[in-house]
Design a protein around this ligand. Structure first.
Ligand SMILES: Cc1ncc(COP(=O)(O)O)c(C=O)c1O
Length: 401
């Protein structure tokens, strides 16, 4: 007998990034030398200041429930960080919530503001989790294409064209996963104009805000126009900036009533995030900011290496990724060709599966992110493995006939 599942959960798809990771794991177990560029996590250690703070918190006995919204020193550290990084002041007592990773912040934001039947605009390509969370909240994902020939940037005209009287939320993610696109201040101002006129709420996922390259700067939509602050929920955390994915500390900053609603939901869902990890995150924000620039510089070197290698390949187009640690390469021109082992390549999935089987390189099909002509390569990997990986991709592409 199988127990019936709720319609709510049946609407939710599996994570495509995890599916491919499983497949490359199987090949590895068969002794194959798979190079994996699938998963999105920094390959650096958590800064020692954060690790030491966690150990000290355990020894002090900070091992009990904390305030549901997170410890005040952490909310204060987040407020200071936001002031420094996006120039906005948030009240740490009322406008900041500490969550189990930014993923929980995004989920709770959507569950707190989306009503059944509301349209939620998701610029595409998008992070795999957004549509699933929107559907789970009862909303309808509405995709606005941001194609490679626009460098995957959202433009205000396309956003305007997608707005109806059912549109309630815009989900923004700059720097973007999977494309690496970073919206400029001017682009955000034009987008903000549409948002304000249509009275939308923005859920702004800024988890890669610290990872922006080539002299660019991260701008938050919350700071783009004065009226945006009161209609934007900023979600971020320590996972990517401080190589702290496993600690599960994120946050949301936004209007008092939304943060209070999200806090209520969190109280019934998970309560506070791990007490020890919260103390580690206080140290990360307060004492480990110096650890970020060296990581960013290393990511930038890898980014330039990947752009240099992949953009030279015939049939591959790679708009320069401006932030995060992903390259989103367009390979639609290669569709219709056959691989050296006789596989017809006709979409991003056949491309990535054949590449994994034939040259043992694991990347993620663009279909998972809403663009079936692309693949995503995470350059959170050593320069040596990226060199080798790009050489294998070049061999695979050269073998397509
Ligand atoms: C765009 C984006 N947002 C949010 C997250 C989740 O991060 P966290 O570890 O803070 O939950 C990720 C993780 O890959 C991501 O790529």
């Amino acid at each position: 007998m199988t127990l019936p599942l709720s319609t709510r959960i049946l609407r939710m798809g599996d994570s495509a990034t995890l599916k491919l990771a499983k497949r490359s794991q199987e090949l590895r177990e068969q002794g194959k030398d798979v190079l994996s560029f699938g998963l999105g996590e920094p390959d650096f250690d958590t800064p020692s200041g954060a690790r030491e703070a966690a150990k000290a918190a355990i020894d002090r006995g900070e091992t009990h429930y904390t305030a549901n919204e997170g410890i005040l020193p952490l909310r204060q550290a987040v407020a200071r960080t936001l002031q420094d990084e996006i120039g906005l002041e948030y009240d740490p007592k009322k406008q900041i919530l500490i969550t189990n990773g930014s993923k929980q912040a995004i989920a709770q934001a959507l569950l707190s503001i989306v009503n059944v039947g509301d349209d939620v605009i998701i610029p595409s390509p998008y992070w795999v989790t957004y549509p699933e969370l929107v559907k789970f909240a009862g909303g309808n994902p509405v995709y606005v294409p941001c194609p490679a020939d626009r460098r995957f940037h959202l433009d205000a005209k396309s956003l305007e064209a997608a707005c109806t009287d059912r549109t309630r939320v815009l989900l923004l993610n700059s720097p973007n996963n999977p494309s690496g696109a970073v919206l400029s201040q001017d682009e955000l101002a034009a987008i903000a104009d549409v948002v304000v006129r249509h009275k939308l709420v923005v859920v702004s996922d800024e988890i890669y805000g610290c990872l922006v390259y080539g002299g660019r700067k991260h701008h938050s939509p919350a700071a783009s126009l004065p009226a945006m602050r009161e209609r934007t929920i900023v979600c971020s955390g320590v996972s990517k900036a401080y190589a702290m994915t496993g600690w599960r500390i994120g946050y949301a900053a936004g209007p008092v009533e939304v943060i209070a609603a999200m806090n209520r939901l969190q109280g019934h869902l998970t309560s506070n995030p791990c007490s020890i990890a919260q103390h580690a995150a206080v140290a990360a924000f307060n004492d480990c900011r110096g650890a970020v620039p060296p990581m960013r510089e290393e990511f930038d070197k890898r980014r330039r290496l990947v752009v240099d290698r992949l953009s030279k390949l015939p049939g591959v187009r790679l708009p320069e990724p401006e932030g995060a640690f992903y390259a989103f390469a367009e390979v639609g021109q290669l569709f219709g060709k056959t691989s050296s082992k006789g596989v017809l390549i006709n979409d991003s999935t056949t491309f990535c599966e054949a590449m994994l089987d034939e040259v043992l390189v694991s990347v993620v099909p663009g279909a998972a992110f809403g663009d079936d002509t692309c693949f995503r390569l995470s350059y959170a990997a050593s320069q040596k493995s990226l060199e080798e990986g790009c050489a294998r991709i070049a061999k695979f592409v050269a073998g397509l006939k």
